[in-house]
Design a protein around this ligand. Structure first.
Ligand code: NDP
Length: 234
């Protein structure tokens, strides 16, 4: 059955791969963007996840276009890496505001419709770094770890209403975000990955496809790593 899906940050990178995959499954898929416009064949709504009013307006457009959001993929995220000693409070709060508070904002807005429909799938895109930590990433890692607590609390609050909340924790995936790393950083990461290669965005989409499905109704509060074995043990 086709569901109404919203993917935040679905205009490029991992989010776009997720949106395209879910659209291929027959779902109605909307994506948020911040001015780039909608990718070909997808319904786009403009929203910055740091702004509740923009989120509300975006949800209204999605509701008019394809009905209340039944599957929310909270994917929008950013990083601003530097060692703690050099990290300003603004750098810390900016990343947490986008990655964690942003996820709270969209989840809260989506929960209304899910409760009414007695069906929902929340999927939060975290990171291996949220579980293992990363030097120079106290802001990013804290925000990504926070998504686990957020999802598991949602599971406890809404689990009896046929609503699931799960986390996907990608490892090193080739996108604009990882293109910004230095060759040394890329080589160091590769040396730690048992799979011996970087991941591709469609590999994250495949995990999301499962968690979004009706068949995944008994998977709740889970953290699914998709990282080539990088974070084993968490
Ligand atoms: P990209 O940098 O390629 O894309 C980031 C996306 O998030 C863009 O669509 C961007 O929109 C959007 N975004 C960022 N900030 C905001 C905001 N305030 N409001 C709305 N949208 C925003 O990153 P990836 O595709 O690599 O990453 C996607 C997610 O996966 C992120 O949460 C990231 O942390 C996570 N992740 C990525 C990994 C990787 O190796 N690539 C590993 C682990 C996790 P815009 O185009 O407008 O800038």
């Amino acid at each position: 059955m086709g569901r109404s899906v919203l993917v935040t940050g679905g205009n490029r990178g991992i989010g776009l791969a997720i949106a395209r995959d879910l659209a291929e499954q027959g779902h109605s898929v909307a994506v948020t963007h911040r001015g780039s416009g909608a990718p070909e064949g997808l319904f786009g709504v403009r929203a910055d996840v740091t702004d509740s009013e923009q989120i509300d307006a975006a949800f209204k457009q999605v509701e008019e276009h394809q009905g209340p959001v039944e599957v929310l993929v909270s994917n929008a995220g950013m990083n601003d890496d530097t060692l703690l000693m050099r990290m300003s409070e603004e750098q810390f709060t900016k990343v947490v505001d986008a990655n964690l508070t942003g996820a709270y904002r969209v989840a809260k807005r989506a929960s209304r419709g899910m409760l009414r429909a007695k069906f929902g799938r929340f999927i939060f895109i975290s990171s291996v770094v949220g579980l293992s930590g990363g030097a120079g990433q106290v802001n990013y890692a804290a925000s990504k770890a926070g998504l686990v607590g957020l999802a598991r609390s949602l599971t406890r609050e809404l689990g009896s209403r046929n609503i699931t909340a799960n986390v996907v924790a990608p490892g090193f995936i080739v996108t604009d975000m990882t293109d910004a790393l230095t060759d040394d950083q890329r080589a160091a990461a590769l040396a730690q990955i048992p799979a011996g290669r970087y991941g591709e965005a469609p590999e994250i989409a495949a995990a999301v496809r499962f968690l979004a499905s009706d068949e995944a109704g008994y998977v709740n509060g889970a953290v699914l790593p998709v990282d080539g074995g990088l974070g084993m043990g968490h």
